[in-house]
Design a protein around this ligand. Sequence first.
Ligand code: SAM
Ligand code: SF4
Length: 330
Amino acid sequence: MIQLPVLDTDYDLVDGFHRRHDYLRISLIDKCNLRCHYCMPTDLQSVYRKDQLMSANEIFSIAEIFVKLGVKKIRLTGGEPLIRKDIDDILDRLSVLQVKLCVTTNGILIDRHINKMKASGLKSVNVSLDTLKKSKFSAITQRDNFDQVYANIMLLVSEGFNVKVNVVVMKNTNEDELTDFIALTEKLPLHVRFIEFMPFEGNDWAKDKVVGYEEMLRNINSHFNIEKLTDPVHSTSKKYKIPGYTGTFAFITTMSTPFCSDCNRLRLTADGKMKNCLFSKNEVDLLEAFRNGHELTPIIKSCLLDKKATLGGQPDPNQMENRSMILIGG
Ligand code: SAM
Ligand code: SF4
């Protein structure tokens, strides 16, 4: 007898490949207080005017629609989300939604907002830090904020947050620091995530700058005995730990082993465009529709039905057409 696929008729956010989507990443702003060369093009032309960005109210109203459709987790990102002047207001408003609220930040401004972060029920914070060396930090980011970022990671740990440290690994840049990052997990409850370098407009991506997961694993294996952990459903990462260590480490393998078949993520850019995939060329303008009083649910569902099976339908990294990472929101 032929087995027919089970259709998820009860759930609203299902795409043409039966993937259920319950995770929304919202970019709050296209600007940043760092200049990471893999993210922000040096000749970045377009930055949005204030009226092109979603207001705190619009962010809440659009997020609420996604939550009614089944979203269970919202991550705020950017640009740098904590440089938005109304970030505390945004956290306040989103805290009333029945979702797991998370933030991805470069860490510089955490001490200024930590009380509001706690009050909004936020428990999980991802902080980006690509090197443990001050001079290299300045070379990668064009800014001198290593001490602030490191101190704020320690602050988050001491305040009991679940802290992930995002490390974009690139050839001849920081591939020599994998074991130093893992050493941090001996005493600290940190979850280090090594991310393969991905192509976006203006970031000078080339295949030979990518350090693949297997190469990283070989390197780490030659220094430590490592243990594979079980990866939760929808996980984008492959998790490991050193037996006896407090924290863990993982690999985000978008370039070598994409995890699209299990994808549950949707994105909203700071100017209110819905992307059904990080690599999708097509975007749908939810903010304009919202401002014109249109119902968003059918627009969201139709955007989701257009989602491609893998990598936004752009399998060749050398030919990808997309915005720069800072304009999409990582
Ligand atoms: N400013 C915040 C931060 O740095 O964490 C949030 C925005 S940033 C675009 C989100 C994540 O995307 C960061 O962890 C960053 O390292 C990652 N990222 C940026 N460009 C990338 C690239 N080309 N390849 C892989 N990861 C990238
Ligand atoms: Fe800013 Fe984050 Fe991009 Fe770095 S990765 S330039 S911190 S948005």
